[in-house]
Design a protein around this ligand. Structure first.
Ligand code: DX5
Ligand code: ZN
Length: 220
């Protein structure tokens, strides 16, 4: 079994010591920085915006994996490209013209990601599968860290893996929400390529060691 990419979610970091958190991720086995942007409309919470992401970027050399939980994300595609996002993920539920949004993200030089809320079936992606470089499967309802993993996610990942191969899509499958040392192995076995982890990493006594253990979990 292959090694998953671990993307620690900075939402769970101590914002008073953000530089330290970014440097920990840089020195760890993590592959990406996961950056959650919430607008208080698409989700019932507000996280952080452009100045904070700019500050994160100054200390990061690993790719910035930006997850937009905002309405009408097309408004900010160019802004996130300028901020150095490597992957920009928009929610299917927030896009009236998802096909155009994904195209615009690629045109701006970023990898295009699409996220699915727990209630959205995988089949809604059938016409855009080839246009996505990443599909983010929400395994909690978006808006907050520290929630419990929704068990249906395993079946959803398996269905998504099938759909992507039928459509010849190379998109990576990312799982976000409630990822732990206990479920990491089963998620990779179901077909996940990227594991986002917030509380599991940042609430641990040894964040870098926990990242290494999450990475190893996929290989057992
Ligand atoms: C939730 C965010 C997640 C969140 C995950 O809306 O998209 O990235 O930070 O946090 P944990 O890993 O604590 O569930
Ligand atoms: Zn996220």
């Amino acid at each position: 079994m292959k090694h998953p990419i671990i993307a620690p979610s900075l939402l769970a970091a101590d914002f008073g010591n953000l530089q330290q958190a970014v440097e920990m991720v840089e020195q760890s086995q993590a592959g990406w920085h996961h950056i959650d942007v919430m607008d208080g409309l698409f989700v019932p919470n507000i996280s952080y915006g452009m100045p904070v992401i700019q500050a994160i970027g100054k200390h990061a050399s690993k790719p910035l994996d930006v997850h937009l939980m905002i309405v009408d994300p097309d408004r900010y595609i160019d802004t996130f490209a300028d901020l150095g996002a490597a992957t920009l993920t928009v929610h299917l539920e927030a896009c009236t013209h998802l096909h155009r949004s994904l195209q615009r993200i690629r045109d701006a030089g970023m990898k295009a990601g699409v996220a699915l809320n727990p209630h959205s079936p995988v089949s809604l992606l059938s016409e855009v599968a080839e246009m996505a470089d990443l599909v983010l499967v929400m395994s909690v309802n978006p808006g907050f860290g520290g929630q419990s993993f929704i068990e249906n996610t395993y079946r959803k990942i398996e269905e998504l893996r099938k759909l992507l191969s039928e459509r010849n899509s190379q998109a990576l499958i990312e799982v976000d929400g409630g990822v732990t040392l206990e479920n990491a192995h089963a998620l990779v076995a179901a077909g996940a390529d990227v594991l986002v982890a917030g509380s599991t990493v940042f609430r641990s006594d040894d964040p870098a060691g926990t990242i290494a253990r999450l990475a190893a979990a996929g290989q057992k």
